[in-house]
Design a protein around this ligand. Sequence first.
Ligand code: SF4
Length: 440
Amino acid sequence: MNKVSIVRYEKPGESVARAIELSGAFDRLKKGDTVFIKPNIVFWSKVVEMPAWGVITTTRVVEDVVRELRNRGAGKIIIAEGTVTTDPKDTTTGLHAFETLGYNELARTYDLTVKDIFDCTFKPVDLGDGVTLSFAKDLLNADLVVNLPVLKTHAQTKVSLGLKNLKGCIDKKGRKMCHSPSMIMDLEAHVAKLSSVVKNVATVIDGIYTLEKGPGFTGNARRSDILIASADMVSADIVGAAALGFDPADIRHLAIRCREQGMEPSLSSVEIVGETVESVASPHAWDYPYNPENTLPANMIKRGVTGLSLPKYDHSLCTYCSAIMGILQVAIGSAYQGTPFDKVQVLTGKMMMPDPYMHHTLLMGKCQVTLNKNNPDAKNPILVPGCPPDMNKLVEGIKKAGIDVDENIFKAFDMAPMLFLAKYAGKPEFTQDFYRLSPG
Ligand code: SF4
């Protein structure tokens, strides 16, 4: 049975070291081994401060893990991450995150390399069932991978833990392929396959802050002070899922991977050391409510919006398009002045089909344009190409459908994270100190 430690975060250095020690997560590390560290910096803003709590791995955990690796004689250490951006040509957001989070200082202090994963060389790996994904060679060549996900929920896969964090080690094309329209080889089936490619993975799940309605800054963070560690990623995820209030068997990608490893997706499959699951677990909401027909999100129903169909995102919608959905909802919701829209539908992802009774069909992104541009059910089709979709064309398209959105909302896209900071104001437990190097 694989050991998983649960430790309350109390002190810099000590708590992470204890979680690693108790679980034996680094026991397979040999002196001089090359280590690849994968934190989670799923989104970043170089324009405004964003609420990073529960969204990205704390620098505290990254620094304490690095110190522990150095104490144990690790050789070359590489920290790599590839942040999602809405502009495919953006090469600076990730670098800005590394600098702000103290990674460059960490590199100087602990003699390690910090890399934007998209600057890595990628190598295709056949994962079976017709799935080939290209992984960063640095990951594949490492003696030990240290996986540092956040203890958070995810709007498509319920949780985003160790297995899901590995998706950030594949190239952009592969990330989009994971969001396949197949009902069998879907996102969860792809995520389940990711872990089969790397054998030696130590996982430390950072639950100093946990997140409801993740994975991004639109969710609700909690100060939870939980650390979960294991030398077995799947075992760590079982405990992580339980700590977020889920039955691990209900997490499809985890259940698939467990069964492939010959274990039950259940707490009875792991040996827990340190705190008990019961003492740290609390239910975390993951889903965004929609109307029963799944055509309008709750916030729009509250506003009384009619004449609009904005079907709920499905598993085929990539993170790149998802990042735009929040701002799209805000813009359309704000444009509603009480007069019903003229039966406008907005279709996203790779699966949605038009409702022939609507008057305008906005096809958002390359996938929808390809799928439905010639579909006779798509009335007055408005094409918004691009992958992710071009923001200017999106504004033009919505206006063409008769919705007078404020284009400044889209222009201020990079400022959006700031809007979500306000709810943490006056709560001292939400401090940026966890996202900076420890003093001294
Ligand atoms: S258009 Fe959107 S859903 Fe399609 S591949 Fe690009 S990002 Fe993914």
